[in-house]
Design a protein around this ligand. Structure first.
Ligand SMILES: NC(=O)C1=CN([C@@H]2O[C@H](COP(=O)(O)OP(=O)(O)OC[C@H]3O[C@@H](n4cnc5c(N)ncnc54)[C@H](O)[C@@H]3O)[C@@H](O)[C@H]2O)[C@@H](O)CC1
Ligand SMILES: [K+]
Length: 518
């Protein structure tokens, strides 16, 4: 499991670290990491290191200081280094002196002889000739987008960019981008991930992220966000053991779809069938369609006749009228964990009395997209999606899975999991119905709701990727993906589960027996 820490958490931890290790030593450790990674990138992109050219974009603070010290280290490896100073009066003085001692040079961003865009000739030349550019414009103290001169410099860069700590112009806390910002090929950060590396546009702009050890580990508190890795998802995935039967692995009820629109029912039920070994009961007007496609399902016409279940997946395609309301009220009264999606969320948003049907002891998972979220609370999540999800989860005492390219999952006690998909293949009609079925099945298997949501989101996104990449016409593996429908995503769920379970198995020590069952 990975963690991400807010700038505030990191600053506090740094202050504790400085009591043991002098601040300049910590900065040089950070800069050494930047230099090492930049040299590696140069070797990969140009075939060598000595004789190459690197330009540093240097802002007013310690982020620029890191870039200057990294430049000094690179200079010692025979690399030509030019620092482009955006705020010459405030540039980190020790770093600048270190760079100059090592034989690097510094030029002004906006002079002499600025061109019509306000960029000095020497700065323009340094960027044009660079084999790699280090972005030390702004780091943890960043506010807002890049200012005009910085934006123009970044716009001109054609070489690969290594961002120090985070891509400048990205909000460190929310990952939001509100104007010009750096798009890095590689981000070198210190001590641990920050939220911007895993959330929204920031995750995309960070490129690949390397975490450098600066001795902060012992000082960091519990992370603000957690991310499940494939091995975490695989290790906790429920599979049947020798003592299990169809009941002990969890019976999930699916209440979805309608006679006119049976698709949602078929997709949600199919996901539940493939997620775990437990029994799936379908209840609703699409029973014939469900039975036809998933004969292992026990299908009935109404939730009242469904029999006993350990959890419900409810909502997709049930409609927002009286019959949908009746279904949802029945499910909420059941005292079982519920994953409520789509029309269920619209119903809950419109009818306060429905909340009264809920058994307060039973976990309730809501899985809104931004529009459904707005219906529920009157406003879209805004730039800080983590804060928004956390607030609503606490207010309604629910587990809230906020859909988007980065899925944010908040528990009512404030814990947050993030699933950074880094691709958009699941953005297709019916994809949400599959997610609902996966979560329902995991809840029925007894998985903790926060983990169930995290596991389902991870496998869902991986299944979409597997389906999109498939194979080429000649049968060989494909690098490029093709758009997929939800049926293809659903069909790839078993492959995705096998993949994460293999990741978990690889982590067990040689000689360990991978225990069957849960
Ligand atoms: N405290 C330390 O000793 C360490 C700090 N480290 C580095 O220090 C960075 C944080 O340094 P600072 O707190 O000095 O601040 P930054 O270097 O992030 O920012 C410096 C100043 O830039 C200005 N600024 C804010 N937003 C801007 C924008 N959009 N465009 C232009 N200028 C803007 C602000 O006045 C801000 O104070 C980290 O990101 C990391 O790179 C690392 O060296 C590890 C150790
Ligand atoms: K930066």
């Amino acid at each position: 499991m990975l963690g991400a820490w807010t700038p505030e958490q990191v600053r506090d931890a740094e202050q504790r670290l400085f009591a043991r290790v002098p601040e300049p030593a910590v900065m040089r450790r950070a800069a050494w990491g930047v230099a090492t990674e930049t040299a590696r990138l140069l070797r990969e992109s140009t075939g060598g290191v000595a004789g190459r050219r690197v330009a540093l974009l240097v802002g007013a603070g310690n982020n620029g200081g890191d870039a200057l010290w990294a430049g000094a280290f690179l200079r010692r490896r025979g690399i030509g280094v030019t620092a482009v100073l955006l705020s010459p009066d405030k540039a980190h003085s020790a770093g600048l002196a270190g760079l100059r001692r090592a034989g690097g040079r510094a030029v002004l961003a906006d002079g002499p002889n600025p061109d019509t865009s306000g960029i000095g000739a020497e700065a323009a030349d340094a960027l044009e000739r660079a084999d790699a550019v280090i972005d030390g414009i702004v780091g943890l103290s960043a506010r807002g987008a890049l200012r005009p001169v910085a934006a123009e410099l970044v716009h001109r860069v054609e070489a690969p960019i290594v961002a120090v700590d985070l891509p400048s112009g990205v909000d460190p806390v929310t990952g939001a981008v509100d104007g010009p910002a750096v798009s890095a090929d590689l981000t070198v950060t210190f001590g641990g991930l920050k939220p911007c590396h895993v959330l929204g546009a920031g995750a995309v702009r960070s490129g690949s992220v390397e975490v450098v050890d600066i001795g902060l580990d012992d000082e960091l508190p519990e992370p603000e966000l957690r991310l499940l890795e494939a091995a975490d998802v695989g290790a906790g995935w429920p599979v049947p053991g020798p003592d299990d039967d169809k009941y002990s692995t969890g019976v999930v009820g699916v209440a979805a779809g309608s006679a006119t629109y049976p698709g949602a029912a078929v997709l949600a039920t199919g996901a539940a069938v493939q997620a775990t070994a437990g029994m799936v009961r379908y209840a609703g007007p699409a029973a014939d369609a469900v039975r036809g496609r998933w004969p292992e399902t026990v299908a009935t016409g109404s939730v009242g006749d469904a029999g006993r279940v350990q959890a419900w997946a409810v909502g997709p395609g049930i409609g927002t009228g009286a019959s949908g309301r009746e279904v949802l009220a029945h499910v909420l009264e059941s005292g079982r964990p519920v994953c409520a999606d789509a029309d269920s969320i619209t119903l809950l948003a419109a009818d306060e009395a429905l909340w009264d049907s809920r058994d307060p002891d039973a976990p309730l998972v809501l899985t809104p997209h931004a529009g459904e979220f707005a219906r529920l609370v009157g406003a879209e999540p805004g730039a800080d999606r983590v804060a928004a999800a956390r607030e609503v989860a606490a207010r309604f005492d629910v587990h809230l899975l906020l859909k988007g390219n980065t899925t944010v999952i908040a528990a009512p006690d404030g814990r947050v999991l993030v699933n950074d998909a880094r691709h958009a293949w699941p953005a297709t009609a019916g994809s949400g119905d599959v997610l609902t079925g996966l979560i329902g099945a995991l809840l029925a298997a007894g998985v903790d709701p926060l983990l169930a949501c995290g596991q389902a989101a991870h496998v869902h996104s991986l299944a979409a990727e597997v389906a999109a990449h498939g194979a080429k016409a000649d049968g060989s593996a494909a690098v490029s993906g093709a758009p997929i429908g939800a049926s293809a995503l659903l069909a790839a769920v078993p492959a995705a589960i096998r993949t994460v379970r293999d990741s978990a198995a690889e982590l067990t020590r040689p000689g360990d027996v991978v225990a069957p069952g849960r």
